[in-house]
Design a protein around this ligand. Structure first.
Ligand SMILES: Cc1ncc(C[n+]2csc(CCOP(=O)(O)OP(=O)(O)O)c2C)c(N)n1
Ligand SMILES: [Mg+2]
Length: 410
């Protein structure tokens, strides 16, 4: 028996619901997969993953996870498809805007739409998500306007949205740090006696960070209602996952005493089901879960990166055959033959979104040059004052900055 099932038997909070059943069921799967770990992570010998839609769009039955998507009918499937298409369209527009000099940098989510829309749509309004810098699909699900994601990448603000407005924290670039923020927040949720849950997003590369290890341990020991949602997109910039771990990532959870599961990250339905299961465990007081969404970063790490320098095109081509959007489209087409109008309308909606994003970015006002100094300390600081004065002198040295005088203390 693994420690995770012990935690499942002793819910620290009682928020209703039947504790333990799914948790202990998972622990059995977890134990079984230890054997699979011995096979290592060499490609081609990967362990099984939870899949509800094959790459060809065929629905696969799964007794354990089907109940979590029992409410997903034709309309909801179309909704998930729309979310993925619009997110991809927004992402493509942002990449184009960067190429045209309107943004300084853009981290594309191309290929990871299912992982993000599935997990994002599994959340409830009172749940809280702690993203990395690539969670554009999650942001979409949380109701953050996509244009707000772009201010930081244009260099005109330090974030762009109120985290508490949508329970979606600001993008976090310090790799893995948000796993600790999420765990601390989740511990607070538990202390409040609320039945909300928290998602900590991170990548395969982040799994090597001390912060993530510490978060796993704190979450386990304090039974925090947090879902560690790892998008294993196979790469951390130019480092492959083989350089991060000797065991499949989801199996790390066992060592900390909570369940881990690998889901097909290109299958939106499976990501929705598995994340819902994990969130419900958290709500019932059964503690953390590690979900490894096995997916692929189809584009560059960011617009500053050139993946042709370190990976073969064959790999991308192989993953293109598992494209999350094409997979759901095939499935939708197999369910009904009267859906062409839906695709055509969505195409128009996508183009309109692209135009809206482009116009909004171009209209973003430049920030006040001195505002950055105001946000460092609540009550000011002598060092910041000195730096502000230096910056003012520097600005005043430009001929077209006649409005800024040396010693300007704005
Ligand atoms: C603490 C820290 N170290 C290094 C970096 C530089 N860095 C930015 S992204 C990245 C790779 C992250 O890879 P992964 O966690 O797999 O996420 P992905 O970018 O693939 O979504 C690194 C090392 C950083 N931002 N923060
Ligand atoms: Mg990665």
């Amino acid at each position: 028996m693994t420690v995770e099932s012990t935690a499942a038997r002793k819910p620290r909070r009682s928020a209703g619901g039947k504790a333990g059943t799914t948790g202990s069921k998972r622990s059995t799967t977890g134990t079984k997969s230890t054997t699979r770990a011995a096979a290592g992570t060499a490609r081609g010998t990967e362990p099984e993953l939870v899949q509800l839609l094959t790459p060809e769009g065929k629905r696969v039955r799964n007794a354990e996870y089907d109940p979590y998507v029992a409410d997903i009918g034709d309309e909801e499937l179309r909704g998930l498809y729309r979310d993925m298409v619009l997110t991809r369209r927004f992402d493509a527009e942002a990449t184009a805007l960067q190429r045209q000099g309107e943004l300084g940098l853009w981290p594309s989510l191309l290929g990871q739409e299912a992982a993000q829309i599935g997990s994002g749509r599994a959340t409830r309004e009172d749940d809280y998500v702690f993203p990395t810098y690539r969670e554009h699909g999650m942001a979409w699900c949380r109701g953050v306007d996509p244009t707000n994601l772009l201010g930081m990448f244009r260099g005109v603000n330090n974030g762009g949205w109120d985290p508490n407005g949508n329970n979606f924290h600001l993008y976090t670039i310090v790799i893995g740090s948000q796993a600790l923020h999420a765990t601390g927040y989740a511990m607070g949720v538990a202390k409040d006696g609320a039945d909300a849950a928290v998602i900590a997003c991170f990548g395969d590369g982040a799994s090597s960070q001390g912060d993530v290890a510490e978060a796993f341990n704190f979450a386990a020991v304090y039974n925090a209602p947090v879902v560690f949602f790892c998008q294993n997109n196979q790469w951390a910039i130019s480092e492959p996952t083989e350089k991060q771990t000797r065991v499949p990532l989801y199996q790390r959870a066992q060592g900390y005493g909570f369940p881990g599961v690998r889901v097909d990250g290109n299958d939106v339905l499976a990501c929705l089901a598995v994340t819902k299961w994990a969130l419900e465990r958290a709500r019932r007081g059964e503690g953390p879960t590690l979900v490894e969404a096995y997916t692929y970063r189809m584009g560059a790490h960011t617009t500053s990166d050139d993946p042709t320098r370190y990976r073969l095109d064959d790999e991308r081509v192989a993953w293109e055959a598992k494209d999350p959007i094409a997979r759901l489209r095939s499935h939708l087409e197999s369910r009904t033959d009267t859906i062409e109008g839906f695709f055509a309308e969505l195409e128009e909606e996508s183009e309109a979104l692209g135009r809206r994003v482009r116009e909004a970015v171009r209209a973003m006002p430049d920030p006040d040059r001195f505002a950055i100094f105001e946000n460092a300390y609540a009550d000011g600081h002598a060092l910041v004052d000195e730096e502000r004065a230096q910056f003012a002198a520097y600005q005043a040295s430009f001929a077209d900055n006649a409005d800024v005088e040396e010693g300007d203390q704005r």
